[in-house]
Design a protein around this ligand. Structure first.
Ligand SMILES: *Cc1c(COP(=O)(O)O)cnc(C)c1O
Length: 388
């Protein structure tokens, strides 16, 4: 199958693009040009790889989940261990890439928006290390619910701006960050956290997250001498999933499966629409506005999804399934108990689907589950959910 992707313009079939005011478009065009240049620059690549190794701790293992494999009848289940990265998830891969680009472009300030706070913490971490001024926009409601993450960001030297407009949620924080960018683009870099937003962000985030499948493909060929039957990853905005899929897109024998929360089934039930400056499949309410979603994992609560996933779904190259909060919670406990690995609630959605899938496959099959993050951040929430 040949995929209709135009990375230069940021179109994935009919999805993607850049639906923003002219002044912002100019800023994004400049960013696209610079990204295009540096992504092929040997020194830039070397520096990116250096920090991934020395700061993030890559490459991380592709661990055979021995007990899970045995319990499920012998289908080999491998876990790609993004949970072992510094800061405990895949988000840092992208943050390091973008901050190196920001430095090359001469930026002095980095701004970002965050909902649950995980992208804000990853950004604040890298800004501390690279000595950049860091401003994190966060909806007022989210700052109240995620007080500990606000404190983490402040410890790391970031300034957290609580956005009181609108509903005080992620969308309002995005608007505030975009306004800041338009006003201060000469000194400021907007560091976006998932494979969403107007061009070039989806392409750029995919590029930096592709390290996941670059490694996993090499690792699985070393361990099994063949490609996996399936790669399974959870999808919120879609960055860990697109990174986990990237190097298998052209390998038609490999099934690519994205897992959404049943409470935010963007790809399963969404319709094509423009939100936040790009076109994707998205959940709309009766008035045609992006619909607020309520999943147990804050990191998967986004009414839209990256444009490339929208296209992979439409073209049939990838398959998207849903997992309920209850199933994710069971998988969270299962992996903890049998493998001694506490997964993030987001990643637990992928684990839950892999368990279902394993029951339909045979001993000759191999599944890679992208373990996008570790679950320490979720332990208190799970404690409260299991208590009632
Ligand atoms: C943020 C987050 C996600 C969801 O984001 P994607 O862009 O869809 O990858 C998934 N897992 C973890 C652990 C996260 O922190």
């Amino acid at each position: 199958m040949s995929l209709k992707v135009d990375e230069k313009k940021g179109y994935f079939g009919e999805f993607g693009g850049s639906f923003v005011p002219d002044e912002l478009k100019q800023v994004l065009n400049l960013l696209a040009e610079q990204f295009d240049h540096y992504k092929n620059d040997p020194e830039f690549i070397e520096e990116y790889k250096y920090y991934l190794k020395e700061y993030v701790g890559r490459e991380n293992p592709l661990t055979l989940a021995q007990n899970l494999t045995r319990n499920l009848g012998g289908v080999k289940i491998y876990l790609k261990r993004e949970d072992l990265n510094h800061t405990g998830a895949h988000k840092i891969n992208n943050v390091i890439g973008q901050i190196l680009l920001a430095k090359r472009m001469g930026a002095k300030r980095v701004i970002a928006e965050t909902g649950a706070g995980q992208h804000g913490v990853a950004t604040a971490t890298a800004c501390a290390m690279f000595d950049m001024e860091c401003i994190i926009y966060m909806g007022k409601l989210d700052t109240e619910r995620q007080a500990l993450n606000v404190f983490r960001m402040e410890l790391l030297g970031a300034k957290v701006v609580s956005v009181d407009k609108g509903q005080g949620r992620l969308k309002d924080a995005v608007d505030a960050a975009l306004n800041d960018l338009v006003e201060n683009y000469q000194t400021t870099f907007y560091l976006l956290g998932s494979a969403v937003g107007p061009h070039p962000f989806p392409t750029m985030v995919k590029h930096f997250q592709s390290i996941i499948s670059e490694e996993s493909k090499r690792q699985i060929l070393e361990k099994e001498g063949k490609l996996p039957t399936a790669v399974v990853a959870c999808a919120g905005g879609g960055s860990n999933a697109i990174g986990a899929f990237a190097h298998y897109l052209e390998e038609e024998s490999v099934k690519l499966i994205g897992v959404e929360p049943a409470e935010a089934p963007t790809l399963t039930e969404g319709v094509p629409a423009v939100i936040h400056g790009f076109k994707c499949l998205t959940l709309l309410d009766d008035q045609g506005n992006p619909k607020p979603t309520y999943s147990i994992s804050a990191g998967l609560d986004y009414p839209g999804i990256g444009p490339e996933h929208s296209y992979l779904k439409q073209s049939g190259r990838a398959e998207y399934v849903t997992i309920t909060g209850k199933e994710a919670l069971e998988a969270f406990q299962l992996l903890s108990k049998v493998e001694g690995i506490i997964p993030a609630l987001e990643s637990s959605h992928a684990v839950a689907h892999a368990v279902k899938l394993a029951k339909q496959l045979t001993k000759d099959d191999v599944i890679i589950v992208n373990l996008s993050g570790r679950g320490d951040k979720d332990v208190e929430q799970v404690f409260n959910m299991l208590k009632v």
